[in-house]
Structure formats: structure tokens, C-alpha cells
Design a protein around this ligand. Structure first.
Ligand SMILES: *[C@@H]1O[C@H](CO)[C@@H](O)[C@H](O)[C@H]1NC(C)=O
Ligand SMILES: *[C@@H]1O[C@H](CO)[C@@H](O)[C@H](O)[C@H]1NC(C)=O
Ligand SMILES: *[C@@H]1O[C@H](CO)[C@@H](O)[C@H](O)[C@H]1NC(C)=O
Ligand SMILES: *[C@@H]1O[C@H](CO)[C@@H](O)[C@H](O)[C@H]1NC(C)=O
Length: 335
């Protein structure tokens, strides 16, 4: 080997060694989470395999946001992010607009640049979870009832449970609109219960419960309902008729009793004259209101009646005709 050949071999070896070292690229790792809650500070920490202090560059969605060159940090928005340690990135007071794909590049002289890209997602907290029902009232003849879940902010996924247990996957339960709506087909009383909607995102969750009440008062057939209605109306009418009848009967009886009383008085008056029936033509008597009276001042008792004139005139001017041996005895009571 001459001197030229030895130099060439040495150069080749050097090149080989250099190339070989360059092939062992820097490995970048990060144990940072990819999901964050709005308002929190985010630390995108990295570790890498490099003995020397490397240069670190951060980009969000392909746009550079910070560099760390020879131990000096340069943050493009110092109010927003900061290089910490040996090149990790701190994002202050995160907002949803901080979401994106972050790429970190770690380079050192004589070493292949190591890169790592990972997503960062910033979520709103889950707030104001509500469950609404449609239609508002449900009975066993309702074809389907929908429970719809909503949240003011932060909703990503919706899960439904009933009485704190998972819903069975059968044809009774259908979820629509990405799980937002739980539809219950042909609900009956067995579906009455406490339904809970849990709204979640990777960093927050909130729940709302709703009591579904499936009524069964209307579960009777139309015919049965009609029967009950007609029966009730008929029953009521019957009752009214009965009451009217009873009142009528009572009134009638009272009236009859009253009339009977009057009649009784009348009869008693007539009966005051006992024995042989008096003739209304008899001049000693007169009738008034169907009651027979004697015109004498004698009000009660038995007395002898003359054959002829029985008026008071006769008493003052007695006729010469003697009274008969068998006088007629008549009794009368003046009322
Ligand atoms: C920076 O890197 C050096 C060498 O790798 C290490 O000793 C040191 O702990 C690191 N500093 C921070 C703050 O991570
Ligand atoms: C965080 O950012 C929000 C909106 O940009 C602002 O209203 C709030 O004051 C900030 N909080 C802190 C601690 O900087
Ligand atoms: C679905 O599951 C619920 C709860 O176990 C049950 O009440 C309902 O009858 C089931 N529906 C069908 C169609 O089997
Ligand atoms: C309620 O509905 C479910 C599913 O349709 C059915 O399996 C069950 O027998 C019904 N129960 C009653 C009491 O109607």
C-alpha cells in the first residue's frame, strides 16, 4: 500500500464512521397526555437521546411556534408558550384553539434529526346537561318515546343507563344522533324508570337523570273505554231517575195524607149525626161546607124532635097538635 492508498482508505473509513454515527438518529419521546381541559396549563415534555445539548424546534400544524437554539429559547408568542428545561413546551391558560398537531424536532451536530408529532386536544368542561322527553306524556299505546340529551358545552359522547345499569342491546332501545337521543320503541309500564344520560369528553363528564313514566290507564281497548263511559253515564242517569221517583212518591204520599186528614175531619163531621140519616131538606138543619148543622143553640146531646115544625118559631108558638108517643131521637154535634 502506498501512501495515497492509505489516505484514501482512512478517508473512506472516516466517512463510513461518520455516516454510521449519523444513521443513529436522535430518539424523541413524550409522556404528555394529548387531551386537556380549557384553562389549564399544558406541558409538552420531551426526552431524547443526545449527549450534547441539541437544538429543539416546535411547530403547531406545520407552523413554528418556538425554538431552543444552543440553550437559548425563542418563543414566538411569549404570552402563549414557553420553552422549559431542555426544550419542553409549556402552553399557558389553554384554549380550544391550542388544539392541533404538534411536531418537535431535535437536532445535534453530527446526528440525524429526531422528530415526533402528536395531537393535542383541548376540551371545554361538560356543562348544563339536560334530558328532555318527546312526546311529553307516554302511555302503552305510544309507538315510541324519545329522551334527548343536551349539554351547553363539552359534549363528545353520550351514554345512557337505566336505574344505574347499562341498557340491554335489544330492539326496544335505539340510539340516534350519535347517542344523543335514546328512543324506546313500543314502551309499556316495564320501561318506567330513572334514565341517566352521561355526557363525556376525554377530560370531563357530567350526567343528568330523568324519570320516564309510562302510564297504563289508557291501555284498555277503545271498546272497553266506551263501555265504561256509557256504563257510568247510564248509572248516573238511573240514580237521578231513582231520586226523582223517590221525591215524587214522598210528595204524593204527603199530599195524600193531607187530603186524608181533611177527608177524615169531614167524615167525622158527617158522623156527628148518628142514627137515622137526617135529610138536608129538614128545616131544623142546614148544611155548610158539606157539614150538617142544627140551627138550634144546643150544641151537643140528645133531644126530642117534633114531627112538624122543628124551628125556634115552633117553640115560641107551639102548635096544638100533641107530640107522637114515639118521638124520634136524634143526636148532633156542632163543630
Ligand atoms: C437537560 O439535559 C441534561 C442532559 O441531558 C439533563 O442532565 C438535565 O436534567 C436536563 N434538564 C432538564 C430541566 O430536563
Ligand atoms: C385565560 O384565558 C381566558 C380567555 O382568553 C381569560 O379570560 C383568562 O383571564 C385567562 N386566565 C389566566 C389565568 O390567564
Ligand atoms: C329489552 O330489554 C328490556 C330490559 O331487559 C326488556 O324490558 C324488554 O322487554 C326487551 N325488549 C325486547 C324487545 O325484548
Ligand atoms: C313490555 O314490552 C316488552 C317489549 O316489547 C315485552 O317483552 C313485555 O312483555 C311487555 N310487558 C308488558 C307488561 O306488557
Amino acid at each position: 500500500m502506498d501512501g495515497r492508498a492509505t489516505l484514501l482508505w482512512a478517508l473512506n473509513l472516516l466517512l463510513l464512521v461518520y455516516t454510521g454515527r449519523k444513521a443513529a438518529a436522535i430518539t424523541v419521546q413524550s409522556d404528555s397526555s394529548t387531551n386537556y381541559l380549557v384553562g389549564k396549563n399544558i406541558t409538552l415534555s420531551i426526552t431524547y437521546t443526545s449527549i450534547k445539548t441539541p437544538d429543539v424546534s416546535w411547530a403547531k400544524d406545520g407552523v413554528q411556534v418556538a425554538t431552543f437554539i444552543k440553550g437559548f429559547a425563542d418563543e414566538l408568542d411569549v404570552n402563549k408558550q414557553k420553552i422549559i428545561g431542555n426544550g419542553s413546551l409549556l402552553i399557558y391558560n389553554s384554549t380550544k384553539s391550542d388544539s392541533g398537531n404538534y411536531t418537535v424536532s431535535v437536532s445535534a451536530l453530527g446526528e440525524a434529526t429526531g422528530t415526533l408529532t402528536f395531537p393535542v386536544q383541548v376540551y371545554d368542561p361538560v356543562t348544563n346537561v339536560l334530558v328532555s322527553q318527546s312526546p311529553a306524556t307516554v302511555d302503552e299505546s305510544t309507538p315510541a318515546v324519545s329522551l334527548t340529551c343536551s349539554a351547553a358545552t363539552g359534549a363528545v359522547t353520550y351514554t345512557w343507563t337505566r336505574n344505574e345499569t347499562q341498557l340491554p342491546s335489544n330492539s326496544s332501545y335505539v340510539t340516534l344522533d350519535g347517542g344523543k337521543t335514546l328512543q324506546i320503541k313500543l314502551p309499556n309500564r316495564t320501561f318506567t324508570g330513572n334514565y341517566t344520560c352521561k355526557v363525556s369528553n376525554p377530560v370531563d363528564s357530567a350526567s343528568a337523570s330523568y324519570v320516564l313514566n309510562v302510564l297504563y290507564s289508557d291501555s284498555l281497548s277503545g271498546g272497553a273505554i266506551a263501555g265504561i263511559v256509557i256504563g257510568s253515564v247510564f248509572g248516573a242517569l238511573l240514580l237521578i231517575a231513582l231520586i226523582v221517583l223517590v221525591v215524587f212518591c214522598i210528595r204524593k204520599r204527603r199530599k195524600a195524607e193531607k187530603e186524608k186528614k181533611v177527608d177524615l175531619n169531614h167524615k167525622e163531621a158527617i158522623r156527628t149525626v148518628s142514627g137515622t140519616t137526617l135529610s138536608p131538606d129538614d128545616p131544623a138543619f142546614f148544611t155548610m161546607n158539606n157539614i150538617m148543622y142544627r140551627s138550634s143553640s144546643i150544641s151537643m146531646g140528645s133531644y126530642i124532635m117534633n114531627n112538624g115544625d122543628n124551628t125556634s118559631d115552633y117553640v115560641r108558638n107551639p102548635s096544638p097538635i100533641p107530640p107522637p108517643s114515639q118521638p124520634k131521637i136524634k143526636k148532633a154535634t156542632q163543630v
